[in-house]
Design a protein around this ligand. Structure first.
Ligand SMILES: [Zn+2]
Ligand SMILES: [Zn+2]
Length: 142
């Protein structure tokens, strides 16, 4: 099992997980872009029970079913948890101590991508996201 670990921008919040990553996907939805102030977000899905946090992490409910967290010191966004995926914590892949180990396998919410974002990979580009897929009982990610 890999020893995955990451940190916020100032380093005062750290996370670790002794687990295999569940999935990796780059999300282009507006919510992700706004919360991260980024053109899109590379998510790393982890088993929630395996993720251990330390430091001044602030959690808040960003919508009815979603709790997000960030570092109180530097404001770095850190995680996303949805009641739709009760066994998963989604962390920002670039918080990894070594982001180079991240392996994304798809783009999601491709239908909401910004017009000036271009990518030259050959990964699947799904129009919608994981919650829509879960509601339909299908998996977008292998
Ligand atoms: Zn911080
Ligand atoms: Zn998103």
């Amino acid at each position: 099992m890999p020893d995955l670990a990451g940190r916020c921008g100032c380093g005062s919040v750290t996370w670790s997980a002794q687990a295999e990553p569940l999935w990796g996907a780059m999300c282009h939805c507006e919510d992700c872009r706004r919360v991260a102030s980024s053109d899109y977000v590379s998510w790393l899905g982890l088993p929630r029970a395996a993720v251990v946090w330390s430091g001044p992490r602030k959690c808040y409910r960003s919508s009815e079913k979603v709790v997000r967290s960030f570092c109180e010191g530097c404001g770095s966004p850190l995680s996303f948890e949805s009641e739709v995926f009760p066994d998963e914590t989604h962390v920002y892949a670039v918080t990894l101590n070594d982001p180079g180990i991240y392996v994304p396998t798809a783009h999601i919410f491709w239908s909401e991508r910004l017009p000036w974002v271009t990518v030259n990979d050959t990964l699947p580009k799904h129009a919608k996201g994981l919650q829509d897929a879960a509601a339909k009982g299908v998996s977008l990610l292998d």
